[in-house]
Design a protein around this ligand. Structure first.
Ligand SMILES: [Zn+2]
Length: 259
């Protein structure tokens, strides 16, 4: 077999794999059926008029694509759960499934570069690519230099323009594992922002992962002495602080004049 045949073969295998597409009408794991309505935007509905009384879930039309297959399976689980007796445990599960469903939808929309739905309280959509900085690159450099590459977290530009930078622990909607999420203020995604400033704020938020909140006589101490000591290890600490205090507020103010 020549090299050319081999390449052809690879190509054919790939093509066949692609053909195996997913159904947008039925769940692949249960007997739940899906219908679509262009009138639905931020809600889903369920009825039990399907085949043998199986649930039929009505979803917004934009969820009919293959990329939403995982979200649809969660919606199917939700419908099966909602059909059961409403015990406290069951109610909790129904709520958790719905939250997971909308988080996955939001993340998918964000990945496609589309506007996400109102996502308060849910897992934030992760958007690391800004106009001037790719936060993944900044994080990789900070992680390598100051944490020997050991930090495990996700990073995103904040959803709101006036938003501040913060660190939080969330539950991943897909794996359900706890993950650290760093959100950076959009005021840093600017032409007038030097690399030392963006790296400074990323380093600060990374430190929150390394040095958890201290509880002293009932009080939460977020920026403990230890935290502040470590923060000053950043070589451009003074330059960053100066930028943070003088330029960032102006950048944030200028956002107010955007629509
Ligand atoms: Zn902090």
């Amino acid at each position: 077999m020549g090299l050319f045949d081999f390449q052809l073969d690879l190509f054919r295998i790939k093509k066949e794999e692609k053909k195996k597409d997913v159904s947008s009408e039925f769940s692949s794991k249960s007997l739940v059926a899906f219908r679509y309505s262009p009138r639905l935007k931020k809600s889903i509905r369920c009825s039990y008029k399907g085949l043998f009384g199986q649930p039929e879930v009505t979803l917004p039309s934009y969820l009919s694509g293959d990329e939403f297959v995982l979200a649809r399976e969660i919606a199917a689980e939700w419908a099966l759960c909602a059909h059961k007796r409403k015990t406290a445990k069951n109610k909790g599960q129904i709520k958790a499934l719905l939250e997971r469903f909308w988080s996955i939808v939001d993340q998918e929309l964000a990945d496609q570069g589309q506007k996400t739905l109102d996502s308060r309280g849910r897992f934030p959509p992760i958007k690391p690519k800004g106009t001037y900085y790719d936060l993944n690159q900044v994080l990789a450099a900070v992680n390598e230099t100051y944490f020997s590459g050991e930090l495990d977290c996700r990073i995103t530009w904040s959803c709101r323009y006036g938003g501040l930078s913060f660190h939080s622990i969330r539950k991943d909607p897909i794996t359900e594992e706890q993950v650290h999420v760093i959100s950076i203020s959009r005021g840093y995604d600017a032409a007038n922002c030097p690399l030392y400033a963006i790296a400074g704020v990323v380093y600060h938020e990374c430190l929150h992962i390394k040095i958890p909140v201290e509880i002293k006589s009932g009080r939460r101490i977020v920026h403990s002495r230890e935290f502040k000591r470590c923060e000053k290890k950043y070589i451009y600490y003074d330059e960053w602080m100066n930028w943070h205090k003088t330029v960032l507020p102006k950048n944030l103010r200028s956002f107010r004049f955007r629509k």
